[in-house]
Design a binder for this molecule. Structure first.
Ligand code: HEM
Length: 472
């Protein structure tokens, strides 16, 4: 196998020449992914530019209208395997080929529609209340704490509850096990970023022989076994008598296996589960921590959100529902501004399934790859104004935002957008309502001093350090 790779590399060098290959490797596979994305930002005045990478034409699309055209075109629904294979979830919705995606997206979309997400709201509230209790157990008013520690654990618990009907009460030592799941997903995500840094790791034949590949599979299998174990225990303990909560994967495991049996293999089921956990956990957990940090940096905005929350939910007894949440329009703008400055999915890619006329007379060849830099788009001064780097939720007021919709795409757009965007917005909003109703956040960090690091997902360089004061 190694010989095949070495021969392949020699062939590439023979075709393209040693110098060109060396230059391409240095330029396009930098040691640091974040630096690579920064160099792309600097080219934002170019509407679209092409780079040859191995045998592929890669187009970096920067113009908002062209981005819109690519993401909404039926011809660009395919994910480039060359890039998405790094997630190691080839059979999950996020990374799978177009044919499988059409079938699976239909199967899964009912689990993420308005009705289903509104049924999840009481579950989100129950899990968020647990986070509030955990925070209240300590006094963080004088000592700094990393907010992401709470938001990530809350998000993973929400996903476990809504996907498998697994609640912290069902787990023998919930803090330990939930922490284990969170760590496992984070390690996998870190490993993915590491794989990007080594050119030889682009080749599956090499990667599959590495220790990293073995570890990744081990983590995944142990999580899968853990879910099975918990579900088996629940069934044995007769939890069936308990009022059944809505959940989307328990069906796949148990009740509706027959529906999917002939359609989905064990690997497809595994990859689908890890796609939802991976796509939903780090994204929402990190977005919520960013939002709290931005509010801690802007006390006047935090106070305004607090007042809005108190006007809609003046007492703890008022039920939080999908409808009442929609009354919190200022909070929604705060969340959007937070996702604009720190889009947790910072870049995406698509592949042309056929020749594609991107603009009059400019035809892109079938098989070409489009790269979309969401972070770059969200930070452009020519689109958002000179204050683009500032945190200003009012820019989402209709009088300023109308006509700018295509500059804001944290969940992507078109038919292959984020399947979980309603779920994400709703769970994110519930967390914000509970946190801001109960606590006041402050920080010593300054907006102009923090930096984001773009690896596989967008992360803050450093910690989301805040002080937390209880409100009475
Ligand atoms: C703040 C939170 C979130 C953000 C910013 C986000 C963003 C995105 C983006 C930009 C994509 C498109 C990726 C691409 O084209 O490569 C995507 C896809 C996806 N997301 Fe999310 N997401 C979030 C939360 C969630 C949640 C909570 C779930 C599920 C519970 C979820 C499930 C998915 C799935 C399954 C896909 C693949 C969809 C497809 O290809 O049909 N996401 N997400």
């Amino acid at each position: 196998m190694y010989w095949a790779v070495i021969l392949g590399l020699l062939a590439i060098i023979a075709i393209f020449g040693v110098k060109i290959v060396k230059r391409a490797v240095k330029k396009w596979i930098p040691k640091d992914l974040d630096k690579f994305f920064r160099s792309i930002d600097r080219l934002s005045s170019e509407k679209i530019f092409k780079v040859k990478f191995l045998h592929k034409d890669m187009y970096f699309v920067q113009d908002p209208d062209l981005i819109h055209k690519v993401l909404t075109s039926e011809v660009c629904m395919e994910k480039p395997r060359m890039i998405y294979k790094f997630f190691g979830l080839n059979d999950g919705l996020l990374c799978c080929g177009y044919k499988q995606w059409r079938r699976d997206r239909k199967n899964f979309s009912s689990s993420f529609n308005n009705v289903m997400v509104s049924c999840f709201v009481p579950i989100f509230c129950r899990i968020a209340d647990r986070m509030i209790c955990k925070i209240k157990m300590n006094d963080y008013s004088q000592k700094e704490v990393d907010m992401i520690h709470f938001t990530e654990r809350c998000t993973i618990s929400m996903i476990l509850a809504t996907s498998f009907n697994i609640f912290p009460e069902d787990i023998a030592s919930p803090d330990e096990e939930i922490g284990r799941v969170a760590e496992a997903v984070k390690i996998t995500s870190f490993m993915l970023s590491e794989r990007f840094k080594k050119f030889v790791m682009f080749f599956d034949t090499v990667f599959k022989r590495t220790e990293q590949y073995r570890q990744q599979n081990e983590i995944r299998d142990s999580l899968y076994d853990l879910f099975h174990k918990i579900l088996d225990e629940k069934t044995k303990n007769g939890n069936n008598n308990e009022e059944q909560q809505p959940s989307f994967f328990q069906n796949i495991f148990y009740n509706k296996v027959m529906t999917f049996k002939n359609e989905m293999t064990e690997d497809q089921i595994k990859d689908s589960i890890f796609t939802v956990i991976g796509a939903g956990f780090e994204t929402t957990g990190t977005a919520s921590a960013h939002c709290i940090l931005f509010l801690a940096m802007h006390p006047e905005i935090q106070e305004k959100v607090h007042q809005e929350i108190m006007s809609v939910f003046p007492s703890d007894d008022i039920e939080i529902t999908y409808d009442t949440l929609s009354e919190l329009s200022y909070l929604e703008n705060v969340m959007k501004e937070s996702l604009r400055l720190g889009p947790t999915v910072h870049s995406i890619a698509r592949e042309a399934m056929d020749n594609f006329e991107i603009s009059p007379g400019k035809v892109i060849k079938r098989g070409s790859i489009f790269c979309i830099n969401i972070y770059g788009l969200h930070h452009r001064k020519d689109l958002w104004g000179e204050d683009a780097e500032l945190f200003n939720p009012d820019r989402f007021l209709p009088e300023y935002f109308d006509g700018k919709q295509q500059y804001f795409i944290p969940f992507s757009i078109g038919r292959r957008n984020c399947l979980g965007y309603r779920y994400a917005y709703t769970s994110f909003k519930v967390m914000m309502v509970k946190l801001l109703r109960n606590f006041k956040f402050t920080t010593n960090l300054k907006l102009n001093e923090i930096k984001f690091n773009r690896q596989i997902a967008l992360k803050l360089m450093g910690k989301h350090l805040v002080m937390i004061e209880k409100r009475h």
